[in-house]
Design a protein around this ligand. Structure first.
Ligand code: 3PY
Ligand code: MG
Length: 277
């Protein structure tokens, strides 16, 4: 079976940098896979596509060197199974609030007798190889999202879930759960403290810690905290930032009077929260 390059990178002590797809363009998915990211994640929770779109995006990612992950939209084992069957090598599960949630999520990702995943790796056979069933359980990475007050309270128990490879922080939902506004950079103290608590709990249990981040600077900060998988914003955030920079550069020779509503300031969203979306 094709090895997981991300699992190998993390096992060697490296940090994986993850792209986050919210748009339904196979061409842009392929472009990001070639851009230097270690992982590209198809976000079915908040992305602007459904399961059929996710398959096309997973195919496009695997036309480049990055490894394909998916964030499932819910805990539904049928959808988790379909994403794995479509060739996702990692699943990021939102809203894992308890040990029970974490155990059910892991069971959905592992074949019997360890778990409850049903056999039918349609496209996974093409991406992973004909011996997929022999290596899938040891290859596919399982990430439980910590993004609620109960999840944070239980994080020391959640990280001990057998078969769980990592926890993954959703800082925007976590901020809301802790009574803060999402999208603040730097993050509120409560979120910063949670980031520290979560990475320490994960590493003490011998599993990995990942997080969504508002941007590359926050991703670098989390890397210094010890995070193993960082996501420096979504595709839409990268597109918007790149477009704003290009517009500002294009208008940089114009007289200040010509800027304004249609100028670089009007084009950006600098006054809005920086949630990474
Ligand atoms: C969050 O920040 O809540 C997320 O789920 C990141 O996508
Ligand atoms: Mg979230």
């Amino acid at each position: 079976m094709r090895e997981s390059s991300v699992r190998a990178l993390l096992a060697g002590g490296g940090t994986a940098v993850n792209a986050w797809l919210s748009g339904d363009s196979p061409f842009f998915a392929e472009t990001l896979s070639h851009a230097g990211f270690d992982v590209v994640t198809v976000d079915l929770q908040h992305g602007m596509f459904g399961l059929d779109g996710a398959l096309r995006l997973l195919q496009a990612i695997s036309a480049g060197p990055a490894e394909p992950f998916a964030r499932c939209p819910s805990h539904d084992p049928a959808i988790i199974g379909k994403l794995l069957d479509a060739g996702a090598y990692g699943i990021i599960c939102p809203g894992v609030d308890s040990v029970e949630d974490a155990a059910a999520f892991v069971a959905a990702c592992r074949y019997p007798p360890v778990g409850r995943r049903s056999f039918g790796p349609a496209r996974a056979l093409l991406y992973g190889g004909a011996d997929y069933v022999d290596g899938a359980d040891e290859t596919v990475l399982t990430w439980a999202m910590i993004e609620s007050a109960p999840a944070l309270e239980a994080v020391e128990e959640i990280v001990a879930t057998p078969g769980l490879d990592g926890v993954f922080v959703g800082p925007n939902d976590l901020a809301l759960a802790l009574g803060e506004r999402p999208g603040q950079v730097p993050a509120p103290a409560k979120v910063e403290e949670a980031w520290v608590r979560i990475v320490e709990a994960a590493h003490a249990a011998g599993i990995y810690a990942g997080s969504f981040c508002a941007n590359g600077t926050v991703a670098a900060h989390l890397t210094t905290l010890g995070y193993d998988l960082v996501t420096p914003g979504s595709d839409a955030a990268h597109l918007r930032a790149g477009a704003s920079a290009a517009i500002a550069a294009a208008r940089s020779s114009a007289a200040p009077a010509s800027a304004g509503a249609g100028g670089a300031e009007g084009a950006g969203r600098s006054a809005e929260p920086e949630s990474g979306y």
